[in-house]
Design a binder for this molecule. Structure first.
Ligand SMILES: C[S@@+](CC[C@H](N)C(=O)[O-])C[C@H]1O[C@@H](n2cnc3c(N)ncnc32)[C@H](O)[C@@H]1O
Length: 463
């Protein structure tokens, strides 16, 4: 049974007032900005914030975005429920109205704008405390005045009714996942044969940021990295070349980072790269390389004994790839822009080998698998953009597949758990491209590992 402790700290102090200002200014951006970037820009403009303030504001604002869908439901239900008594009937009616009234991220956002931040953050703090029931938390309720006692009681009653239910709508709601994802979630549960416990694990992991994962570029130098982590007061756990790192500071300032001994890379993303089982001397094309997270990983497997082409539609991203390659001492990475259509003009060396041994298509996607880290992404996904993305994903995959030599492999990946962007694409691709076979496909990371959720499929070109 969930109970709310009564605390007696004055709620509306200067820090909260400032938080509300930041919240309002975030909501003035249209569409909702990529939140982590927006926040770092805000902090950069305001040098008066110390690191503890930043951490606190960031935790609160992210909680606002993470739990904001549920907070909006609480507010709507509370306002429309005259008696403030919650029963199954009034709850069902309220959910039905809510899902009709809010069918897109923009509708949710514009309603957030209408709620006073003080009220909005009452719901957020209540929900946050529920997520952090047995963990150290930052955003404790501190509702000393009597002002919101009715809301607190309403929240407790609501949570007690829906918290342990197996009703999928209740689970979505309390996990603050917009109900418009119901069908997509059900497809995922079915495709991955998740038992109830697995589904609950997936939902509950969305409440909390994933840990920080780093990837060691050269395992022979792992002891240097570990020694510096210990010296700087970090704790870590090792899983092959991945380390889960915990500490109060960031790792950017570490000498080992600056000299390219490790990269920050989520575990699920590392799992994608591990599918590319390169051998010395092989040729790889990372055709949606972005800033080169996976290019770096492949380069560390090849140890300069092979060649990697890195492409992206956004040419400026390739500058980042080059910079990172220099830092880590990889001199076998060739950058070539690509718009996802006809193959780019690779050098003669590729033609001589009749194509690549490995092509990685780390496709643009909804990023639904990164909601733990970037909860704002859930308000940007709609049926329409899933449909247009899947068309683009299939087209990039088909065009890139022409670069694979016979006997070579095509790896398709996304940072999404949505079936249509993953298994659905592979199914379509294999229907048309019968000279490819599926070696394996897997959902990676959460709920099986404490990370983001991603997908990778490995296909072999047979003829
Ligand atoms: C998921 S991100 C890649 C992340 C990167 N592989 C990494 O590990 O850091 C997808 C990339 O696809 C690129 N992209 C989008 N549309 C594209 C297209 N039509 N052709 C090629 N790349 C495209 C985007 O610019 C973006 O950098």
């Amino acid at each position: 049974m969930f109970e709310q402790k009564n605390k007696s700290v004055k709620h509306y102090d200067g820090r909260w007032a400032h938080l509300y200002k930041l919240w309002c200014s975030a909501l003035q951006q249209e569409p909702l900005p990529q939140f982590d970037r927006w926040l770092s820009q805000e902090f950069a403009k305001n040098s008066k914030y110390g690191s503890r303030d930043r951490r606190w504001y960031s935790e609160c604002l992210f909680a606002g975005i993470r739990f904001g869908y549920f907070a909006l439901f609480c507010e709507e239900f509370f306002k429309s429920n005259k008696t403030k008594k919650i029963d199954k009937l009034s709850l069902d009616e309220s959910i039905s109205d809510f899902s009709k009234n809010f069918q897109t991220g923009n509708q949710v956002l514009s309603k957030w704008n209408e709620i006073s931040p003080e009220r909005f953050f009452v719901w957020i703090r209540l929900r946050y405390e529920l997520a952090y029931k047995n963990k150290p938390n930052t955003l404790s309720l501190e509702l000393g005045d009597e002002k919101f006692q009715e809301e607190v009681q309403f929240f407790v009653n609501l949570v007690n009714l829906i918290e342990n239910s197996e009703n999928i709508i209740f689970q979505l709601l309390i996990s603050s996942i917009p109900i418009w994802f119901k069908e997509a979630i059900e497809k995922r549960i079915h495709e991955s044969s998740w038992e109830n416990e697995k589904t609950k694990q997936f939902f509950s992991e969305l409440e909390i940021r994933p840990p920080l994962w780093i990837r060691i570029n050269d395992l022979e130098k792992i002891d240097i990295v570990k020694a510096e982590l210990v010296k700087e007061g970090f704790e870590f756990e090792q899983f092959d070349s991945a380390l889960k790192v915990t500490g109060a500071k960031g790792v950017f300032a570490l000498q080992a980072y600056r000299s390219g001994l490790f990269e920050i890379q989520d575990l699920a993303s590392q799992r994608i790269g591990q599918n590319i089982q390169v051998k010395n001397g092989q040729f790889v094309w990372d055709c949606c390389a972005g800033g080169g997270g996976k290019t770096q990983q492949i380069a560390s497997l090849l140890k300069n004994k092979g060649v990697i082409y890195a492409s992206d539609i956004r040419e400026y991203k390739l500058e980042e790839v080059k910079k990172r390659a220099r830092k880590s001492g990889f001199f076998n990475i060739r950058c070539l822009p690509w718009n996802g259509e006809n193959l780019p003009n690779f050098q003669k060396e590729v033609e001589n080998r009749h194509g690549f041994d490995w092509v990685l298509v780390d496709a643009p996607c909804t990023s639904s698998g990164t909601w733990r880290r970037n909860p704002d992404a859930k308000y940007r996904v709609s049926h329409t953009n899933i449909e247009s993305l899947t068309r683009l994903q299939l087209s990039i995959l088909e065009n890139a597949s022409r670069g694979v030599r016979v006997g070579g492999h095509l790896v398709y990946s996304t940072c999404s758990w949505i079936y249509d962007e993953n298994e659905g694409i592979i199914l379509e691709f294999l229907k048309k491209n019968t000279f490819y076979t599926l070696v394996k496909q897997n959902l990676l990371g959460s709920p099986n590992e404490n990370a983001d959720t991603m997908f990778a499929a490995v296909l072999k070109r047979e003829s």
